[in-house]
Design a protein around this ligand. Structure first.
Ligand code: SAM
Ligand code: DTB
Ligand code: SF4
Length: 329
């Protein structure tokens, strides 16, 4: 299949993409690509503002899935300290701190194939508490059935994070315990329940440029493209099958961000995992390419992220401001 399915129902914009069309834009000289991405960005978003989300791992490790990139898979020995599902009040304490630090969204991640009924009830309590603080709530719990998505919606959830992670063709080289189709089904349930989707992927897992573009084209051609598109750079985790993979060329990474911006003009594009090892200059290029969200706080789920002070200094140097107040820091 050289193009993703074209859909006509409820499009977010009139734009629909083929792989060839995306490749032609990708192949433009870098300055032309960045210029186009920045132009699209300014037509659809407020320039120089960045939305900030803070992550918390509410259940850590011992995951039955075998995602080759993940420190939390029970299939690999990564030396990770595992933790059962956190108590609701502990999670809400962390949410309060994230709010005080200036986050506008609190994202809770659990290392499950999918939640069971008891765990989902606890997560719904967490969502209600986070919403009561005036924060947006996002969770990422693995595969969901339709009634589970509806239950989360009723609890007040705003976003469900569920990444495609890579192209359909590359997917089975990275994960064998579930299929690309399983992921799409969960996204359908999430959207049918009226939740917003946060869905993107990882760059740097040995995939080709065509794989990256194919993933983005698949997202852009969804009846409703994801409202939020996280682009992660692989954090190579010792003990995982991908620990020694060739690092991605930083310019190719910037070009991937620019393509996400051009293919999904209305979506918020999040410069996600991997910022810890990125220079300020590389991050600046990513913002120029149309990234307008980050994860904020010194830990992602289990891996390191820049400390808040470093991000605030970067924002100041680049003249960026958060879409919420960061005065608390
Ligand atoms: N278990 C749920 C799932 O897989 O959907 C939620 C948690 S999972 C850790 C969320 C996302 O984190 C993955 O889809 C992947 O994009 C990202 N991720 C995990 N490990 C990563 C790594 N080493 N480098 C970059 N991104 C990573
Ligand atoms: C996403 O795309 N990236 C975040 C969030 N969604 C859940 C997670 C990144 C995880 C990086 C590895 C870790 O912290 O364990
Ligand atoms: Fe489990 Fe999610 Fe990690 Fe895959 S990415 S091993 S599903 S926590």
């Amino acid at each position: 299949m050289s193009t993703a399915t074209l859909t006509t129902s409820a499009p977010q914009t009139a734009t629909r993409w083929t792989l060839d069309a995306a490749q032609a834009v990708y192949d433009l000289p870098l300055n032309d690509l960045l210029f186009q991405a920045q132009a699209v960005h300014r037509q659809h978003h407020v320039a120089n503002t960045v939305q900030i989300s803070t992550l918390l791992s509410i259940k850590t490790g011992k995951c039955p899935e075998n995602c080759s990139y993940c420190p939390q898979s029970a299939h690999f020995d990564t030396g990770l300290k595992t933790e059962p599902l956190m108590a609701v009040d502990e999670v809400l304490k962390a949410a309060q701190q994230a709010k005080a630090a200036g986050a506008s969204r609190f994202c809770m991640g659990a290392a499950w194939r999918g939640p069971n009924a008891t765990d989902l009830e606890s997560v719904c309590e967490m969502v209600k508490g986070v919403k009561a603080m005036g924060l947006e709530a996002c969770v990422t719990l693995g595969l969901l059935e339709a009634p589970q998505a509806e239950q989360l919606k009723e609890a007040g959830l705003d976003f469900y994070n569920h990444n495609l992670d890579t192209s359909e063709a590359h997917y089975s080289k990275i994960i064998s315990t579930r299929t690309f189709d399983d992921r799409l089904k969960t996204l359908d349930h999430v959207q049918a329940a009226g939740l917003k989707t946060c869905c993107g992927g990882i760059v740097g897992m040995g995939e080709t440029v065509a794989d990256r573009l194919h993933m983005l084209v698949t997202l852009a051609n969804m009846a409703q493209p994801p409202e939020s598109v996280p682009i992660n750079q692989l954090i190579p985790i010792p003990g995982t099958p991908l620990e020694g993979v060739e690092p991605v060329d930083p310019i190719a990474f910037v070009k991937t961000i620019a393509m996400a911006r051009i293919l999904m003009p209305d979506s918020v594009v999040r410069l996600s995992a991997g910022r810890e090892t990125m220079s300020d200059e590389l991050q600046a290029l990513c913002f120029m390419a149309g990234a307008n969200s980050i994860f904020y706080g010194e830990t992602l789920l289990t891996a390191a992220n820049p400390v808040p002070e470093k991000d605030l200094a970067l924002f100041q140097r680049l003249g960026l401001r958060s879409t919420t107040s960061m005065e608390a820091y």
